[in-house]
Design a protein around this ligand. Structure first.
Ligand code: PSU
Ligand code: MN
Length: 304
């Protein structure tokens, strides 16, 4: 049996049936620089509380799977260096060896499902990297969406990825990809892309109903809700394209591979945009947290 370690707040929510929203921790340790990472993590948790749900940031600390981190633990994780990045392949090994690691989208979905949490907010999911036809670099996040029944709210996939291939793989895997309130698939730092999303929904209640009905049909897997960054906070795709290309070519030159690719690209884009990418990243994560809380509240109504 896994000994799940709940925060006091999440324990209380479980007793009172308050809806819970899961949050990942890789975005804190590998996705944003210190000290903004800690401020954002706390702010996003507060956004979820303000919307009437309870946040559960997920991580493995000294071999224990934490569902919800008290503020001191959250701060310690954000300050720590050399924290492992845990995806599906790494989670059990980290628990077995007593290690400490931050969970990616894939591992957070596994942990959330294990704890009975149906909704999870993040920034962007992993996907098919540019050049995947030779590198085979496809994030385990996509397979996870196909098999673990958690609704994930993200701002689309990062513009560092190959969006067309990412959408193709999601279609092959039977993952519902739902643009929220618009027809196009959002591109993380930009609200729109050239791609029409396979599905569009305009309310949290329809998304919750779809989640519930997939379960009723016996379909495994979750859904991806692609929530566009608010227009006034976006960075235009044309501005970012050359920056992403530069970061990508540096990654290629330096033979960055495997787990290091995504953190390297995010850090270089942060530097090359003089921090603007981080400002947008913060805005979109907060926006996703609010929508996730609304979906969790709607799901709570369907359950009762
Ligand atoms: N999006 C961000 N910052 C991040 C990530 C996504 O803005 O740090 C992380 C997520 O945890 C995601 C992971 O699951 O990157 C994908 O990594 P990979 O491509 O190695 O699977
Ligand atoms: Mn990868």
């Amino acid at each position: 049996m896994i000994d799940l370690c709940y925060s006091d707040e999440v324990n209380a929510a479980r007793r009172d049936n308050t809806p819970v929203v899961a949050l990942e921790s890789t975005i804190i340790t590998h996705g944003m620089p210190y000290p903004q990472n800690i401020e954002v993590a706390a702010q996003v948790e507060q956004d979820i509380r303000d919307a009437g749900a309870v946040p559960a940031t997920i991580a493995v600390l000294k071999g224990r799977l934490h569902i919800g981190l008290d503020p001191d633990l959250l701060t310690a994780l954000g300050q720590a260096s050399n924290v492992a990045k845990l995806s599906r392949a790494d989670l059990a090994a980290c628990l077995a060896t007593g290690g400490t690691g931050a969970t990616t989208v894939a591992a957070t979905m596994i942990a959330a499902h294990h704890a009975g949490i149906k909704v999870f907010a993040t920034g962007g999911i992993g996907g098919v990297h540019k050049g995947a036809e030779t590198s085979f670099d496809i994030s385990a996040d996509l397979q996870e969406l196909a098999q673990t029944p958690v609704t994930v709210i993200a701002a689309g996939s990062k513009a560092i990825l190959d969006t067309a291939k990412t959408l193709e793989v999601l279609e092959t895997l039977g993952v519902p990809v739902i643009a929220f309130g618009q027809d196009t698939f959002p591109a993380f730092w930009s609200a729109t892309s050239q791609f029409t999303a396979p599905l569009r929904m305009d309310s949290a209640s329809i998304i919750a109903r779809t989640h519930m009905l997939r379960g009723a049909l016996g379909l495994p897997g979750g859904q991806l809700v692609a929530n566009p960054i608010p227009k006034n906070e976006e960075i235009a795709a044309e501005t970012l394209a050359p920056i992403i290309a530069q970061a990508q070519s540096e990654a290629d030159q330096r033979s960055i591979s495997g787990k290091s690719v995504t953190p390297f690209l995010l850090q270089r884009i942060f530097e090359l945009t003089d921090g603007r990418s981080l400002v947008a990243n913060i805005a979109l994560v907060r926006n996703n947290a609010r929508l996730a809380a609304n979906i969790a509240l709607e799901l709570g109504q369907l359950d009762s």
